[in-house]
Design a protein around this ligand. Structure first.
Ligand SMILES: [Zn+2]
Length: 366
């Protein structure tokens, strides 16, 4: 089998070792303390450098998601579902090789419908599926449309990354023998564990991965990461296992500080339950001592997920918009929706945009 190898000869990617060994201790409390301290140090170091040149988030689709997964047993509202908004981010950053473009979480929303969990869910609507689906899972934009709004062209995209590969189908973006890549110059940055998982799933995992979503993608387009890495000096991919074994977080230095993205938690509320107005969360945090509320659909590594969420919020730091909450911008974020009443986030980031996009070194509008 042709196994992709790490491309550390790519001068844009620099392995970093801030968190190496931080989870080796047998005592969970020691692991948590060690990760927390190192996260604070990492944050200070990243903030010494300047922000990325461009950062923008786009809403792609609203998806129903069981409340018991989103907020575990913390939420006191009986509404069985909430909505999560699946997002894409465009990040452009300076590197030794000039401005580079990273797409974070570009979901092929049509192909992703093949994910067994969501396929079963929509199958329940039987013959009314076509009428009901736009209501319960409205599309807000496609990757192609969002990119076009920035004048960044598909060939400008250098890297694609996902905090984890749940629901993702990469074939359209990276190409296969039978179809050309929509992003002809893009490489996928993925943790080796996530890649290995996605191609050899156990049943508890398989419900959430798009079948064949990675099959046939040319190996030379896959960059398997064994370490945390910096992308230039203003963005980083940091291993944060838990939600999945190969989970990582995307850390981006913006004009509002360090933004951290993953799906370990589904809302800024989940990272600051003591400040949450969602019924039940504050009580849950007070009674259990939990500092965070885990996104619980898979819990591939439950304790690690807890530690990872603390790590994420320590790296992110408080939001300048509301210091009770952290600069954590989930890739799929809890949002209020009329169809699922009773639950709305206490704080959320709307669409974010910092800086100006560039296409082939030319600033938009210049
Ligand atoms: Zn997931």
């Amino acid at each position: 089998m042709n196994i992709p190898q790490p491309l550390f000869d790519d001068p844009v990617l620099r392995p970093i070792h801030h968190f190496d060994g931080a989870r080796d201790h047998a005592a969970p409390q020691e692991r948590l303390n060690c990760v927390r301290l190192r996260a604070q140090r990492f944050r200070e170091e990243m903030l010494v450098e300047g922000p990325v040149t461009y950062y923008r988030s786009f809403d792609l689709i609203r998806v129903p998601y069981p409340t018991r997964y989103a907020l575990r047993d913390a939420c006191a509202v009986p509404t069985p579902y909430i909505h999560i908004i699946n997002r894409m981010f465009i990040v452009q950053f300076e590197s030794a090789e000039g401005i580079k473009t990273l797409l974070v979480s570009p979901s092929d929303i049509r192909a992703n419908r093949e994910t067994p969990f969501f396929k079963r869910l929509s199958g329940r609507f039987g013959p009314f599926r076509e009428q009901i689906e736009p209501l319960i899972a409205p599309e807000l934009g496609t990757v192609e449309m969002c990119l076009a709004r920035t004048e960044i062209r598909p060939e400008d995209v250098d890297y694609i990354t996902y905090d984890h590969l749940h629901t993702q189908d990469l074939r359209r973006w990276l190409g296969t023998q039978d179809q050309p890549a929509y992003f002809p110059n893009a490489h996928l940055l993925v943790m080796r564990q996530e890649w290995e998982s996605a191609r050899a799933l156990l049943p508890p995992q398989a419900d959430w991965y798009c079948p064949n979503g990675t099959v046939g993608v040319p190996p030379e387009k896959i960059v398997l990461l064994d370490n945390d890495v910096m992308l230039g000096k203003s963005a980083a991919l940091v291993q944060t296992p838990g939600h999945t074994e190969g989970n990582h977080s995307i850390v981006v230095h913006t004009e509002e500080g360090l933004m951290v993205t993953s799906e370990n938690g589904v809302s800024p509320d989940a990272y600051a339950p003591m400040h949450s107005k969602i019924p039940g969360l504050k009580k849950y945090a007070r009674e259990t001592g939990m500092d965070v509320v885990l996104n619980s659909n898979t819990l591939e590594r439950g304790l690690d997920q807890y530690i990872s969420m603390v790590q994420e919020k320590e790296i992110a730091g408080p939001s300048v918009r509301n210091p009770d909450f952290y600069n954590v911008v989930p890739s799929s974020e809890l949002s209020a929706y009329w169809l699922f009443p009773g639950i709305e986030p206490s704080f959320s980031f709307g669409p974010l945009e910092f800086g100006k996009p560039q296409s082939h070194g030319v600033t938009e509008g210049s």
